[in-house]
Ligand binder design. Structure first.
Ligand SMILES: Nc1ncnc2c1ncn2[C@@H]1O[C@H](COP(=O)(O)OP(=O)(O)O)[C@@H](O)[C@H]1O
Ligand SMILES: [Mg+2]
Length: 315
């Protein structure tokens, strides 16, 4: 089990993460989800012991990683973001290199090589230069490097970034396969990725955990909110702001005004039906209502509501 406790990291004056807490059970695939700059890479680098936290601790099987880093490095594999590889090297040489850095040579290397060739599907590119490979294959090679010492825990930082849809599907399938035997933390800024691969997700926003649970857990916490879509003519930024000011229980989640046509996504607690008041306000503000419809909440709404900037603007 991995236990992350009150993790905080400052880069100089910049606070990258603050008070991050979560746990990962053995054999679980955890999706570590958050927009760019949320602090995913920072957290993962701390768990892999490459970076020291300003405050807080990480425990693997109740061992503090700060005190047992050598021991724990043999238990952890890490596929870094953007997977930088020496492009002039054949895949085989690269694997020899990372293995020997871990003291794996001779017969033990042969065994390890056989294992990662199989699990990462790189047999056919073993003697090719890394620079000649497709991004999908390069990612497989990166994964093979991360797994050469057969770690119990695998951390992958945005493993599908920059891949095309076919490659993404292949890497996801690979992660799921690997995840059957290992504890996996996979970071991503894409919600669908987490849904496709992970058992549970931790959502990070601006350096803090804003949600932790399965899809079902997160949806349950969100069902208390009604979603209303509006399409109106003659809406202005100011009159939209006025709606939020007049009804504090309404959150304007999204707004778009184009060629005089306004599209709004509103949210308010269920149990109160505010449609009549909203319609009344629209008339008052001189909007012409073309459409008003209630929507079923989706996981995407949950994610957006947790990571969106204050005031409803979507980054
Ligand atoms: N080496 C660094 N020096 C200063 N600030 C950094 C450094 N690395 C990351 N940051 C800042 O810390 C925050 C979190 O970054 P990061 O952990 O890379 O997030 P993510 O991986 O979720 O995109 C961001 O605001 C980023 O600009
Ligand atoms: Mg990152």
């Amino acid at each position: 089990m991995i236990r992350v406790e009150n993790l905080t990291k400052y880069y100089g004056d910049v606070c990258a993460i603050k008070g991050v807490d979560f746990t990962v059970q053995d054999g679980e695939i955890l999706g570590f989800l958050g927009p760019n700059g949320a602090g995913k890479t920072t957290t993962m680098r701390i768990i892999t012991t490459y970076l020291t936290p300003t405050e807080g601790s990480v425990y693997v099987d109740d061992l503090n990683i700060a005190e047992h880093s050598t021991e724990l490095r043999s238990k952890i594999g890490y596929l870094p973001e953007l997977n930088p590889l020496y492009s002039e090297m054949p895949v085989y040489d690269l694997l020899v290199f990372v293995a020997s850095a871990r003291g794996i040579t001779g017969r033990r290397f042969k065994e390890a090589l056989g294992r990662v060739m199989e699990s990462c599907g790189i047999r056919e590119v073993l003697h090719r230069n890394v620079g000649e490979l497709s991004k999908g294959y390069r990612q497989r090679v990166g994964l093979a490097m991360a797994m050469i010492h057969d770690p119990e825990i695998l951390l992958m930082d945005e493993p599908t970034a920059g891949l095309d849809p076919n490659q993404i599907a292949e890497i996801r399938a690979l992660i799921q396969e690997v995840g059957k035997e290992k504890t996996v933390i996979m970071s991503t800024h894409i919600l669908q990725e987490v849904q496709a691969v992970a058992d549970r997700m931790v959502i990070l926003n601006k350096g803090q955990v804003v949600a932790d649970g399965t899809t079902t857990d997160l949806m349950a916490g969100f069902e208390g909110k009604a979603q209303l879509s509006l399409e109106v003519k003659k809406a202005t930024k100011k009159s939209i702001q006025g709606l939020g000011a007049k009804f504090p229980e309404i959150t304007v989640r999204e707004q778009k005004i184009e060629d005089g046509l306004g599209r709004l996504e509103l949210e308010y607690p269920t149990g109160q039906d505010l449609r009549e008041q909203i319609f009344g306000y629209a008339v008052e503000a001189g909007w012409i209502v073309l459409e008003m419809s209630r929507r079923q909440a989706r996981l995407e709404d949950v994610f957006r509501s947790l990571t969106v900037e204050e005031g409803g603007a979507h980054a």
